[in-house]
Design a protein around this ligand. Sequence first.
Ligand code: CAO
Length: 502
Amino acid sequence: MSQIIEVKVPDIGDFAEVPVIELYVKVGDSIKIDDAIATLESDKATMDVPSTVDGVIKEVLVQLGSKVGEGSVLIKVETGGAAAAAPAPAAQAAAPAPAPVAAPVSAAPAAGGGVVEVKVPDIGDFAEVPVIELYVKVGDSIKVDDAIATLESDKATMDVPSTVAGTVKEVLVQLGSKVGEGTVLIKVETGASAPAAAPQATAPAPAAAAPVSAPVSASTAAVATAPAALAPALPAGSKVHASPSVRAYARELSLGGGLDLLPWPKVDFAKFGEIEVKPLSRIKKISGQNLSRNWVMIPAVTYHEDADITDIEAFRVLLNKENEKGGGAKLTMLAFLMKACVKGLQKFPEFNSSLDGDNLVLKKYFNIGFAADTPNGLVVPVVKNVDKKSVFELAQESGDLAKQARDGKLKPADMSGACFTISSLGGIGGTYFAPIVNAPEVAILGVNKSAMKPVWDGKQFVPRLVLPLSLTADHRVIDGALATRFNVYIAQLLADFRRVAL
Ligand code: CAO
């Protein structure tokens, strides 16, 4: 005879009113013992609440954001005749020891040994991510925290470590398999004395969107004006534990979710004429995510200025002529701009900073990124220690990096560590534009094509070569007055480059 059983929040320690941050079930779903129903989050931990019964869900009594505590009914489940509630305590949710992230409760092996399934833990909102590396085979000995596989979303790569020690008996995935939270990766025979895994020690960072924690491996693609490469470049295989606050931040950043936006319009374009569907390049996909985040999250303002570069351009042309004979690197306007920007960062240190919660991290090094247009999309190589290099060295190095970018040969290290970015469209044209700040930097300088313009010198109009500057700055850090001072200073430096030596 079937019966309706309520599944309640188990003892979760001292937390009375914790929100439901993930809900995995809906009415009509079949559910098995140990299937996750919801994830709860306190300020110290996240906890998966598993089902204590098998059956079909008849009612879901909570929703995302509902506040629950011990005893709150989450779902009502119709169980089959023979079905009975599992011995509750064993299947209850993990007690909320300050676990960095929830891990599959079922991963804990019986104390006496046996075969244990190791599953994909909570990896954020990624449902179908491919296995791109597999490190184990049947017969291997494995220890707790040994990497089993690397998964790759369009934002990051994540290692899944083992939650148990023992011998691999079965590998249930292969390269290219699509997996999601709860997918069984391997079965491990644990020795009688094999220690039960500490579930909280196993899950990887859940959301690559959180720049503070994404385990971006060396294979993460280059990115655009807002590079994923800005996530700390951790060595491949590093395990990162995401604290609840990081998870909350990651959710905050999951665009659309919190913004209550209309769904993206779905149009059958073929109805109106011939079409061709072309997948976005990997770089475009990654940069798109970053640009969207930066566009939405940063209260940015763009400030314009004109720099008189008549003299510096004449100087550049002269030096290049002299240099032709020696066969040295061609001096570019970009190299002079880098030098001027570093001088600006030194004079106005807020520009060489990043926001970290309520703190401003001021950097004492001067690395400048520059947007480079490539056949696959925009990437941002970074020239390190610009303050210590001559304009010739900067021209050479940025030229080399731009070539590597076009050839798709940049390494993650070539794209990380920037303090400030220059986006130069000067070789193409344009007058002004509004570049998007490259988080976690706080400002970016856009440059368009210089043009001869009549400039009033107090007595008459004189022809001068004018370079349009467009500085976008994060208003949380840089007020309009400071931004304008910076722009004016850069223009002064470019108008008379001798000032750089002061
Ligand atoms: N005004 C006028 N002419 C300029 C100029 C400027 N501001 N900057 C460069 N030029 C000229 C140069 O003098 C050179 O002309 P010659 O071939 O006659 O000497 C030509 O443009 C090419 O310049 P360059 O070799 O110095 O290259 P660059 O510094 O302009 O650009 C790079 C290098 C990597 C920045 C560029 O190739 C690039 O990718 N730019 C696009 C960046 C971008 O897409 N930004 C937008 C990001 S937001 O979507």
